[in-house]
Design a protein around this ligand. Structure first.
Ligand SMILES: NC(=O)c1ccc[n+]([C@@H]2O[C@H](COP(=O)([O-])OP(=O)(O)OC[C@H]3O[C@@H](n4cnc5c(N)ncnc54)[C@H](O)[C@@H]3O)[C@@H](O)[C@H]2O)c1
Length: 325
């Protein structure tokens, strides 16, 4: 991280109350940036932002990114230099239940940010969260950035669309936007307890039985949140110099693992015998998906620094403190 680059930079962070947003906000505030966060939720109870007086060191605004007028007012008022666009309905099962709200947040919210940025004179770089799910389901593994974006289900489709909208704003209007497609991110601060890592850790720590919705054989790669934070920061710093407008980068650990193996590892690290039930009821989800991050390694000189064991241990420590607090 180039601390000089961030000193007094104005950063608009959509979704700053979320898992990744809180991590990025913390890192940037500590580097001297002025973070203006926009989130539909205000003061989430379980959040990294509640630690070390962080909330008092950033500006938090409660707003819906799908509201064009409000977002335009916020961006015009603050004139940010850098935008991290992370706000989204990010939970697949909730997106399946509420497709319209998901499309509004993930697609309309994205075009709002990009359309408003098109008029802005201050914005130098926009780093936008797409997802590995934007690819939909492909037979050829691992997925490279050249794989077609062809989601099948609401969350995946919302990300395929938003990703393409980012691309067109860069290519048609020269908006400085670069897109990330990350594997499954995990680590301290993820309050989304329906996700497999927080759920399995909490069950292992409390002795509750874990319910696995899939058949346990789905494969994914899991990448530690601080590694992703570093990837986002490098992208913002290098977008101009490397002319990354309109490009997308896979960010992942490249070590795919099945759900059952992951769960067994979490229980072993907690010193417990695995206790779970396999429901085999996950519908509308991609079975096998993992990414090739060769482009990020080559172009950005990025690579994950945390092994799965190190990352899970750090997460477990945080959950142990948080759920007993
Ligand atoms: N966590 C992962 O494994 C992962 C993997 C790939 C991509 N992503 C993407 O990265 C981004 C961040 O993910 P996360 O894990 O931090 O998710 P998260 O759910 O923890 O955070 C998303 C935040 O966006 C906010 N939000 C949702 N709709 C909004 C709206 N209409 N207006 C304003 N705020 C709104 C939520 O309140 C939340 O605080 C998302 O775009 C997600 O799709 C996440």
């Amino acid at each position: 991280m180039e601390k000089k680059f961030w000193k007094n930079k104005k950063v608009l962070m959509t979704g700053h109350e979320g898992f990744l947003g809180s991590w990025l906000s913390r890192t940037l505030v500590n580097a001297g940036a002025q973070v203006i966060g926009v989130d539909i939720v205000k003061n989430r109870k379980i959040s990294l932002l509640n630690e070390n007086g962080l909330r008092t060191r950033l500006t938090g605004i409660k707003a819906d990114i799908a509201d064009f007028k409000v977002m335009r007012k916020i961006i015009k008022k603050h004139n940010p230099h850098i935008v991290f666009h992370l706000a989204a309905e990010a939970i697949v099962s909730r997106a399946n239940k509420e497709p319209v709200r998901t499309f509004r947040s993930n697609i309309e919210g994205t075009w709002n940010i990009l359309e408003i940025s098109r008029e802005s004179r201050s914005i130098e770089a926009i780093v936008m969260a797409s997802s590995d799910k934007a690819y939909g389901s492909h037979k050829i593994l691992p997925y490279t950035e050249n794989a077609a974006l062809k989601g099948d289900h609401p969350y995946d489709v919302s990300k395929s669309c938003a990703d393409l909208i980012g691309y067109t704003y860069a290519h048609t209007y020269g908006v400085p936007v670069v897109t990330t497609r990350c594997g499954n991110i995990y680590g301290p601060g993820d309050y989304n307890f329906s996700r497999i890592v927080p759920d399995a850790i909490c069950c292992a720590l409390t002795g509750k039985k874990l319910i696995i919705r899939s058949d346990g054989k789905f494969t994914r790669d899991y990448v530690y949140v601080d590694d992703i934070v570093q990837g986002y920061i490098i992208l913002a710093e290098k977008l101009r110099a490397l002319n990354l407008h309109g490009q997308a980068f896979n960010l992942s650990d490249e070590n795919p693992i099945s759900v059952i193996k992951l769960v067994n590892k979490i229980y072993a690290l907690a010193g417990e015998k695995p206790k779970y039930t396999i429901l085999n009821k996950a519908r509308y989800e991609i079975k096998h998906q993992y990414l090739d991050s060769g482009k990020a390694r080559r172009v950005l000189k990025w690579k994950p620094e945390f092994s799965l064991t190190q990352g899970l241990k750090a997460a477990m420590e945080w959950y142990a403190k948080t759920i007993t607090a």
